[in-house]
Design a binder for this molecule. Sequence first.
Ligand SMILES: O=C(CO)[C@H](O)[C@H](O)COP(=O)(O)O
Length: 274
Amino acid sequence: MSTAADQAKLVETSKRLAAFQAVKDYLLPEYTRIGIGSGSTVVYVVEAIAALGPAATAKMAFYPTGSQSEELIEAAGLHLQYINKLPAAQQLDVAFDGADEVDDDLNLIKGGGACLWQEKIVATSARQFVCVADFRKLSARLGTSWTKGIPIEVLPMAAPRVLGELERMGSLGPRIRPGLPGKAGAIVTDNGLWIIDAPFAPLQLSRDSASTRSNGTWTVDALADSLIKIPGVAEIGLFYGNNGLEVASGAQKPVAAYFGMADGTVQVKTPAAV
Ligand SMILES: O=C(CO)[C@H](O)[C@H](O)COP(=O)(O)O
């Protein structure tokens, strides 16, 4: 009989498998600039990189997406650098990050850890953005298994008006994310902003429908394009692509998504294969 502890162990093993495989496939020895995302799966990405040893990583600089990954990089003895020091003409060679849900077209929900704005900047600063996750994150359509809502980073003074607009758009009970247990008030991001979690009915892929919204159901692209235009919204936790950059450098969508599976294998999804 499988206990909750067994399940938790399986999830951790799956995350680790995905992370080690992604690093093996995408961290080439000649790379010098690497983005490191946030969350519990990325911990294993850093473990895999550190396991390569100082000789392999000596010339590499690591760019975090927030305070958590900054600490991870430093604790692993890797060279920390900041994205605001990256000249506009340069790109990261690769960036690794987790996701809360991944759909059939490699659109992502991110921001479960409240780092989505910096995560999007780092991912789109990379020639190759690689997603690492466990089997629970694999979904045909966003909003199927991750039902807490799409994380949206907002200016605190605009939060009530953003909530109203989200309801008008059909969000089912959007709410301001509370702080950690024992802490009163809203969670505050690394940018001093708040997060609203906005649940929507599972989102269609653009190829599902000619219409951007039918029967109250949005396509990922149409919803994302509308959310980002709400005054007071700083950034949204949909990583998507409708701009022709889906598989190119600077895209929000990953070039590959690695999933550690419950059977001990790693499933790799790439744009060509979806
Ligand atoms: O977007 C994120 C943080 O803002 C994380 O990448 C996402 O929440 C996945 O986290 P985990 O690897 O812990 O499941």
